[in-house]
Design a protein around this ligand. Structure first.
Ligand SMILES: *Cc1c(COP(=O)(O)O)cnc(C)c1O
Length: 381
């Protein structure tokens, strides 16, 4: 059976599989999107209108929280949360927030933009905050922990909650890669004092441009964030706080309302593809993340981990399979964080230097998955 497959692949023309096919993913919604464009166009209201209000209600309900504030993007969502918490609880400039050393740079940039100090923490072999490494990161200036649900898999939230509670710290979730992911049935966004989402086009729930959201059960914090995102104004031309312009466009809210209805079905397809990769990829040089029974990953990204990554990437490229790298450096290795370059986080660095993301999206076909698996398993040893 296995051998037959090999022969079959040898005689099949190379497939051409892009990492992501955003055109096709979005064209599924063509008719509804056309209606939405017309509706928003005709409304004459392009900011802070009905679509924003409805999306906020629908997304809060989806996550299972009280409040959702639609904003301009994921970085701004995180920055607004931290800035609001800082004002609310009287944190000082330079107070500390614990962040994973391996994440997209935005998670850490937001801490800096809010005038706080990122304190890097080692990650597990899954790329998630290492609960055991956190105590050593806590100082008298620590105010919050910022778990990132990287690749769509949730961090150890119950353990993080226990640590945060014992040390009187707040949890702020970065769920930019985890729309719909859950831990023991409770969704990402339902654990921390507030959570940031990104709707960057390539995310599991993606807009047609930049967009993001904050979700929280904290009513006063929600009000403050809403105000900060709107020039520090809760009432037109009255400005009670120094603020930003970090609002979501009506057109993006309208797009997201349509795509939200498809999110769970899309996530289920991602999960079934991931299941196949996990079960069928068996090359000895390839390491994969484990499938956890406690957390229901939504597989925003499916990385494999290989030494000699460049060789693997060009081998797959030659076979018509496009891969990407999320992310080639740990955050403390980036030039923009050169003050932290002397630090060492062996696991974060190892993951960054060996990760390779396979195509995984709701329109990937069964035969494409088969081809990717077979091509990987046939990599010359
Ligand atoms: C995408 C992403 C962000 C930032 O979102 P933008 O909308 O691009 O600003 C933040 N954190 C993580 C983990 C992300 O993947």
């Amino acid at each position: 059976m296995c051998n037959n497959f090999r022969v079959l692949v040898l005689y099949t023309d190379n497939m051409n599989i892009p990492y992501l096919d955003l055109q096709s993913i979005n064209q599924r919604f063509n008719d509804d999107l056309e209606d939405a464009f017309q509706r928003v166009l005709a409304s004459g209201r392009y900011l802070q209108g009905e679509e924003n209000i409805k999306f906020a209600t629908e997304f809060a309900h989806y996550i299972g929280v009280e409040h959702c504030i639609p904003v301009s993007n994921g970085l701004d969502a995180l920055t607004l949360i931290l800035e609001a918490l800082k004002q609310f609880y009287g944190w000082r400039d330079g107070d500390e927030v614990i962040v994973p050393a391996f994440t997209f740079v935005a998670s850490v940039e937001a801490v800096r933009l809010a005038g706080l100090k990122p304190v890097f923490c080692e990650v597990t072999s899954e790329g998630l905050l290492d609960v055991n490494a956190i105590p050593a990161c806590i100082s008298s200036c620590t105010r919050a922990i910022l778990p990132v649900h990287l690749y769509g898999t949730m961090c150890e939230m119950p353990a993080l909650q226990r640590i945060a509670e014992a040390a009187n710290l707040l949890l702020v979730e970065d769920a930019a890669q985890a729309h719909g992911a859950s831990y023991q049935g409770r969704k990402a966004g339902g654990w921390g004092v507030a959570t940031a989402f990104s709707f960057y086009p390539g995310k599991n729930l993606g807009a047609l441009g930049d967009a993001g959201a904050v979700v929280t059960n904290h009513t006063a914090l929600a009000e403050r964030i809403r105000t900060l995102a709107n020039y520090g104004s809760a009432e037109k031309y009255r400005h009670c706080l120094p603020g930003h312009n970090m609002r979501m466009d009506e057109i993006q809210a309208a797009v997201l309302r349509i795509k939200l209805r498809q999110l769970d079905a899309d996530n289920r397809i991602r999960q079934s593809i991931a299941k196949r990769y996990l079960a069928e990829i068996n090359h000895l040089e390839v390491q994969q993340l484990h499938e956890s029974v406690r957390t229901q990953s939504v597989y925003h990204i499916f990385p494999i981990f290989v030494d000699k990554r460049e060789t693997w990437q060009s081998y797959l490229q030659d076979k018509g399979i496009q891969t990407l790298i999320h992310y080639p450096l740990a955050v403390h290795e980036q030039d923009s964080f050169r003050d932290y370059k002397h630090l060492e986080f062996p696991m974060a660095e190892r993951l960054a230097h060996s990760c390779l993301s396979l195509p995984l999206h709701p329109l990937l076909k069964e035969e494409e998955v088969t081809y990717i698996v077979e091509t990987i398993n046939n990599y010359p040893r």
